[in-house]
Design a protein around this ligand. Structure first.
Ligand SMILES: [Zn+2]
Length: 157
């Protein structure tokens, strides 16, 4: 088993609808949001192996005035300035969300962006990409060891 298979990102239905709203409101541009929450380690009861669980508790949309597309753009300094709401609740940046008017797969620009962000200061952020195509889905990835790996998602009621 590879270490990245031991990663899991969890979020509630309401967090999921907030991400959908972010994508819908930005359309036809790519919507983008910072995801705040917690990370913890425990033992996966299914196979008794260690796992790292990312829990998303807060979605903060990035205003469209700060966006430039082709690919999305986030002011890198914002990533290290925890929002006031997140700070009050003790949450950290755990992920970055954006939408695609295409399949939910990282583009070449995404690859460059992911490597730059994680190279700049390792965040180990999980990147959630939501496709706004009619049959589009939502997938999660992490950039580790210069590669993109898919991360399992769990939506809890
Ligand atoms: Zn993208």
């Amino acid at each position: 088993m590879h270490f990245f298979e031991q990663l899991l990102i969890q979020y509630s239905r309401s967090i999921s609808s907030e991400m959908e709203r972010c994508a819908r409101e930005a359309h036809p541009n790519e919507g983008c949001a910072l995801l705040f929450g917690t990370k913890f380690q425990d033992i996966n009861p299914k196979n008794d192996t260690p796992r790292v669980v990312y829990v998303v508790k807060l979605v903060e949309s990035i205003p469209s005035s700060q966006l430039s597309w082709g690919s999305f753009f986030i002011d890198e300094h914002r990533l290290f300035e925890t929002s006031v709401t997140a700070k009050v609740q003790g949450y950290k940046l755990v992920g970055i969300f954006h939408s695609h008017p295409a399949p939910a797969k990282p583009s070449r620009m995404d690859f460059e962006y992911m490597s730059r962000i994680d190279g700049f200061k390792p965040l180990y952020a999980v990147w959630i990409i939501q496709s706004t195509l009619p049959a589009g889905n939502t997938r999660a990835y992490i950039f580790l060891q210069n590669k993109i790996h898919e991360v399992r998602q769990e939506i809890k009621a």
